[in-house]
Ligand binder design. Structure first.
Ligand code: DAH
Length: 335
């Protein structure tokens, strides 16, 4: 074995390691230049058959060569590993600021979410949810509810009348006609709510909208008293505004209830007018063919926009009707 041969093995190995483009090529070069069958390995095994003196000199040459080869391999390995890692970082980079082309699933309007929330609350207690038409007969919207012909609500300034005017059809101004529809078609006991869209000839401003929503409640059964009404309103208020709210009833007047009251909720440190309620006027029960000797009942009605605005501190009705997603999304999508 010649010293020059060994030097060539080392330089061949260094060249091969340094020219490897990736870890795979380096592996091939490693097997060729420092594997079991490489010239340096064969020479190393050949030392066994040498004399002790030769072993010392040759052993030193081969040992030095092996170290040089190992050093070159280690250098090439760490360089190629670093290259591989930086490539991975580049290839797998994720730019979270890129605009996505994911289609939005859409969602429910906060008013619809609240309508569902109210329905769920009452359905749990055995009420059913009734709907009535938005185009309603004047008789159901007014007369059957004991609202007299000369009531201000029955003027063009307050109510949308549909043509031809003789039809007597209006856009319902309240969800109360659903009470009449239900009593005309169902036998008591009756436990219903009716959330829905209502219309009044108001200009859109920060607290009014010509199109808004109410929820009506009606209970007709044996022995129903105002205490039941108060209990239902207390529970309903807690479901809407939180466990710690209280309600109070203030005497008021509605033609379809007797006695009538306004219900207020103590929320955020002040009393808020929430809706109207009362014991269903016997005149209304009689109009619907309900025996007032056996049955009595209560009713209530509140605005859903108003409930949403109070609960979430919404200052401007425009936010609710305009459909800006930045407003809507704050309430979740409700799907
Ligand atoms: N319909 C009434 C309104 O629009 C609200 C209302 C008051 C409904 C009293 C009721 C009730 O059922 O008993 O102002």
């Amino acid at each position: 074995m010649h010293r020059d041969d060994v030097a060539t093995w080392v330089s061949d190995a260094q060249k091969a390691f340094n020219s490897a483009k990736d870890l795979n090529q380096l592996k091939t070069a490693r097997i060729a230049h420092s594997g079991d069958k490489s010239p340096i390995a064969l020479a190393s095994r050949g030392l066994a058959s040498l004399t002790p003196q030769e072993k010392i000199t040759q052993g030193k040459i081969i040992g030095d060569a092996k170290s040089a080869i190992a050093l070159a391999l280690a250098g090439a390995t760490s360089a190629l590993e670093a290259l591989r890692d930086s490539k991975i970082l580049l290839e797998e980079i994720l730019d979270v600021t890129l605009p996505s082309n994911r289609a939005h699933k859409g969602g429910l309007h906060p008013i619809s979410i609240m309508k569902n929330e109210i329905s769920d609350f009452f359905i749990e207690q055995g009420y059913s949810v009734e709907e009535g038409p938005e185009m309603e007969s004047g008789w159901l919207n007014f007369d059957a509810l004991n609202i007299p012909a000369d009531h201000p609500a029955r003027t063009m300034q307050d109510t949308f009348f549909l043509e031809p005017l003789e039809s007597g059809i209006v856009l319902r101004t309240q969800t109360s006609p659903v009470q009449i529809r239900t009593m005309l078609t169902c036998e008591p006991p009756i436990y219903i709510i009716s959330p829905g869209r209502t219309f009044r000839a108001d200009e859109l401003d920060s607290t009014h909208s010509p199109v808004f929503h109410q929820v009506e409640g009606l209970v007709i059964d044996r022995g129903i008293t105002m205490a039941h009404l108060k209990g239902v309103l207390d529970n309903f208020a807690r479901a809407m505004f939180g466990e710690d709210v209280t309600t109070r009833l203030r005497p008021s007047y509605f033609p379809f209830t007797e006695p009538s009251a306004e219900v207020d909720v103590f929320f955020s440190g002040r009393w808020i007018e929430w809706g109207g309620c009362g014991m269903v006027n016997p005149k209304v029960l009689q109009t619907c063919g309900i025996d007032t000797e056996i049955f009595s009942g209560f009713a209530f009605g509140m605005g859903i926009e108003r409930t949403l605005m109070v609960r979430h501190g919404v200052q401007d009705m425009h936010d609710i009707v305009e459909g800006d997603l930045r407003f809507t999304r704050q309430f979740g999508v409700g799907l």
